[in-house]
Design a binder for this molecule. Structure first.
Ligand code: ADE
Ligand code: ZN
Length: 348
């Protein structure tokens, strides 16, 4: 199947189709899946105090004006994570939720430096998250992998230190990424550590062009040599960059509800996902930090389609892009693409 021969789907059945199609999630931060209820439960279990009186009060604080106002609350929320079981419980809750959205494969970011700064060993973090990934395959039929992110507001030296501490568990993560405060921390700040990760055979991705300029996307590609760009929505300001992303089929892991909540776009109707797809880019839809931005995977798909008028052909393309952009092997990709076509056939 391709976008030229997908069966006609009646517009009123589009939401049902969006929920049913198998998809891969390529951009979500596992610490961003911590729901307020779990934050309170873990705070109590671990004797950690948090500066909010109730779940409702914490949720009310989720009114962000830009990336930094979100990150301040997100790092505070992660402070309740101390034991291996905490990391397992957080990841398991997300994986169960993802399965109900027909996410069949997920590549989850984690931020070890957020935890090592509080004295939690990297081993504790990775063991808990990885155990949830193993159980997800066995019990939910969801394949899940981990991508270790360096915090870009910290130094490259600190990135090297956490990489070193993580290498004994190299078999439990598939790649590295770059996240946290973007503006003022360009990709080239991490040129050496990404070169080292490349030598180690790790997959490479980086957040770029979320709030930062197209120049950051160029340097993520040309200096860091990343295989995917996380967000990348600012690329539409630079026609030469758009042409490069299309020509090289560089996936963009776009997160519409995140962009809305962090005021990257004033309104979902003005989101540029359609422009990206129409320019032939390998754009995908993802949830970023679903507990903070008001929606998991299907909610991102449903709200984006409703606001921008995307249709069933776009849905097929977005799901196909998610499998093309993922780090699964060719035979697994074929299995998922066949499942995608079967799901469409049921809506003909
Ligand atoms: N960490 C968690 N979510 C993030 C985002 N949207 N951008 C940068 N860093 C993040
Ligand atoms: Zn992100």
């Amino acid at each position: 199947m391709s976008t030229n021969n997908i069966p006609h789907v009646a517009p009123e059945r589009l939401p049902e189709l969006l929920k049913a199609i198998p998809k891969a999630e390529l951009h979500m931060h596992i610490e961003g899946s911590l729901e307020p209820e779990l934050i309170f439960a873990l705070a109590q279990r671990n004797g950690v105090s948090i500066p909010y009186a109730s779940v409702e009060e914490l949720r009310k604080a989720y009114a962000f004006t830009n990336l930094q106002t979100f990150l301040d609350i997100y790092y505070a929320g992660a402070s309740v994570l101390l034991q291996e079981q905490d990391f397992y419980d957080m990841a398991w809750a997300y994986l169960e939720r993802a399965a109900t959205d027909n996410v069949v494969h997920t590549e989850m970011f984690f931020d070890p430096q957020t935890h090592t700064a509080r004295g939690v060993p990297v081993k504790t973090v990775i063991d808990g998250l990885h155990r949830a990934c193993v159980d997800a395959k066995d019990q939910l039929g969801v394949s899940a992998a981990l991508i270790l992110c360096f915090l870009r507001h910290l130094s490259e030296e600190e990135a090297f230190a956490v990489l070193e501490e993580s290498l004994p568990y190299r078999d439990k993560f598939i790649g590295v990424g770059l996240d946290s405060s973007e503006v003022g921390h360009p990709p080239e700040k991490f040129a050496r550590v990404f070169a080292r990760c490349r030598e180690l055979g790790l997959h490479l991705v980086a957040h770029a062009g979320e709030e930062g300029p197209p120049a950051y996307v160029w340097s993520a590609l040309d200096v860091l040599k990343v295989e995917r760009i996380d967000h990348g929505v600012q690329s539409s300001k630079d026609p030469a960059l758009m042409a490069r992303l299309a020509k090289d089929r560089v996936p963009l892991t776009v997160c519409p509800l995140s962009n809305l909540k962090l005021c990257v776009f004033p309104d979902l109707k003005q989101h540029n996902i359609r422009t990206l797809l129409d320019a032939g880019l390998v754009a995908t839809i993802n949830s970023d930090d679903p507990a903070y931005f008001g929606g998991y995977m299907n909610e991102n798909w449903l709200q984006t389609f409703a606001a921008t008028g995307l249709d069933a052909r776009h849905a097929w393309q977005l799901a196909a892009n998610s499998f093309e952009g993922s780090f699964i092997d060719a035979s697994t990709r074929k299995v998922y693409m066949d499942r995608l076509d079967q799901a469409f056939a049921q809506f003909a």
